[in-house]
Write a protein that binds this ligand. Structure first.
Ligand SMILES: [Zn+2]
Length: 178
């Protein structure tokens, strides 16, 4: 598990170009229905970093254009796969077909603490604004996260000017996984 206190220290989220691209493509393909999926990555003192995303089939039978649902089974599977890579679930993404990238009342009622909720607006099949949100502690609403898009190769850390390449994957992960 990841310490929820990190959400207070670091209200920022970075998405790799690859992760962001996958979200937009999924949103386009699902249009005019909502798409949804899971954000996989790491969390640290500087915030969350989303290295990849996992598509989830929209489990809701009716009203699929306005609601999304991730089953516990799908979530557990994605979490286990992420854990095997030394990564964790950072939150969720979904699309808002022909609606702004702001959380709905439904989103608020179903949001989990700490998790990031990336919402991509889709206007006539074209991805528009992408924003990320975190539930306020009192559940009265969401705070918008500062979102950055970063370049990463595979799931590795950024190449820095340290002179050595090919260092090991992933940043420190707070807390023990269990
Ligand atoms: Zn929504």
């Amino acid at each position: 598990m990841i310490d929820p206190l990190f959400a207070k220290i670091s209200p920022t989220i970075a998405l790799t170009h690859t992760a962001l691209h996958k979200i937009k493509v999924h949103a386009m393909e699902a249009y005019p229905e909502e798409c949804c999926g899971i954000l996989v990555g790491t969390a640290g003192e500087t915030g969350k970093e989303v290295l990849d995303v996992v598509r989830i089939g929209n489990a809701r039978e009716e009203n699929r254009t306005r609601r999304f649902l991730i089953t516990p089974g799908e979530y557990a599977k994605a979490e286990a796969a992420a854990g095997a890579e030394g990564l964790g679930v950072m939150g969720f993404y979904h699309s808002h077909p022909d609606h702004p990238a702001t959380p709905s009342q439904f989103d608020l009622e179903h949001a989990w603490p700490w998790c990031s909720y990336v919402i991509v607006a889709v206007e006539g099949r074209i991805p528009a604004a992408v924003k990320s949100w975190v539930l306020k502690e009192d559940r009265s609403g969401f705070d918008e996260e500062i979102m950055n898009s970063v370049e990463r190769v595979a799931a590795g850390p950024a190449r820095e000017n340290t002179g050595h390449a090919g260092s090991t994957r992933a940043h420190t992960t707070p807390g023990d996984r269990g």
